[in-house]
Design a protein around this ligand. Structure first.
Ligand SMILES: [Zn+2]
Length: 327
């Protein structure tokens, strides 16, 4: 037992050091701006002006672009990308951008048409588009046959997420060829950091006893996470939050929680907790105490300037919460 916790502490320190490094780097950059802000400022003159939809794709651009990019993020902490509609100031920001980056696979459900239209007249990177199709999860069994629609939550398989870095590097190099070598060096350095993170997540999840490796969350955001790291996942709502959960969805999950004695379920920062709270109540009525194991970042990251406002910090936060609640 002591060897395991020693190992965890050591890895923890490594990751904390890595996160601190990212934050130091991020403060040197112009930083993400909250949704609805005016177009990018003067200070961005000699930088590539990038507008990103989610903080996850903004994070990639900041890691690869370093001091040569000014990134504006449209969807702030707690914002649900499935439901988000672009505001007039978002539209102005998109029109003013030199490069637009979005997550893709219809994550930005109500912005997809706008983004695809923008791609006709300016550089637009659909980040998930760079990923090998055979590594993507189908959205449903029907889709598995015709390959039409995929699960968009690709960022929770760290290795899969990292497989898009070269596309980000190439898009930035096209926008600013003079700094192509720096972008390549940054991309390679970040790949190594993400490879370490991937290993750390795997080791952490492996410490949860096999029978308790069940992750129950508000919506199906963790399919890639489950596949990559060996934990079964169940969401109350489906892949998108556009359709409401039915009473039968909730009852089915309650029965499963009770039958398998699952100790904890999780809320998500960008989604109302009511369905997950209904699971807790439902299980209690059937004599099984299940607790809220914590709040996970699913489709949005934490506040800029905090550890959870970076991709590394977000993943680390989620994994720590999951492991502490289920182990
Ligand atoms: Zn989602």
């Amino acid at each position: 037992m002591s060897t395991r916790s020693d190992k965890l502490t050591r890895r923890g320190l490594l990751i904390v050091a890595a996160v601190a490094g990212v934050m130091a780097l991020a403060t040197g950059v112009s930083g993400c701006k909250p949704a609805g802000d005016a177009p990018v400022p003067e200070a961005a003159k000699d930088k590539v002006v990038v507008v990103a939809t989610t903080a996850m794709v903004a994070d990639i651009i900041e890691r690869v672009g370093g001091e040569h990019v000014a990134v504006q993020t449209l969807l702030g902490p707690g914002t649900d990308p499935h439901l988000y509609k672009p505001t007039p100031s978002d539209m102005r920001a998109l029109q003013g951008a030199q490069l637009i980056v979005y997550s893709g696979l219809k994550l930005e459900g109500k912005m997809t048409d706008t983004l695809e239209n923008m791609a006709k007249s300016k550089p637009v990177l659909n980040y998930s588009d760079a990923m090998a199709r055979e590594r993507l999860l189908a959205a449903s069994e029907e889709d598995a046959q015709d390959g039409k629609q995929f699960d968009p939550h690709v960022w929770f398989d760290v290795a899969l997420w990292a497989s898009g870095i070269d596309a980000a590097r190439d898009a930035l190099s096209k926008a600013d060829p003079a700094n192509a070598e720096k972008f390549a060096a940054n991309a390679n350095a970040y790949k190594l950091i993400l490879a370490d993170l991937d290993t750390w997540v795997r080791e952490q999840i492996a410490t949860i006893p096999q029978e308790r490796r069940v992750l129950v969350t508000a919506h199906d955001a963790f399919g890639y996470f489950g596949r990559a790291y060996g934990i079964e996942v169940q969401g109350v709502q489906g892949l998108s939050t556009e359709s409401e959960a039915s009473l039968s969805d909730i009852n089915r999950l309650v029965d499963e929680l009770v039958a398998r004695k699952v100790p904890a379920v999780f809320i998500e920062t960008s989604i109302s907790p009511k369905n997950v709270e209904a699971l807790v109540q439902g299980a209690k009525a059937k004599g099984h105490e299940v607790r809220i194991g914590g709040s996970l970042f699913s489709d949005a990251m934490g506040e800029a300037g905090t550890a959870q406002g970076t991709y590394l910090g977000m993943v680390r936060h989620n994994v720590t919460q999951i492991v502490e609640a289920l182990r």
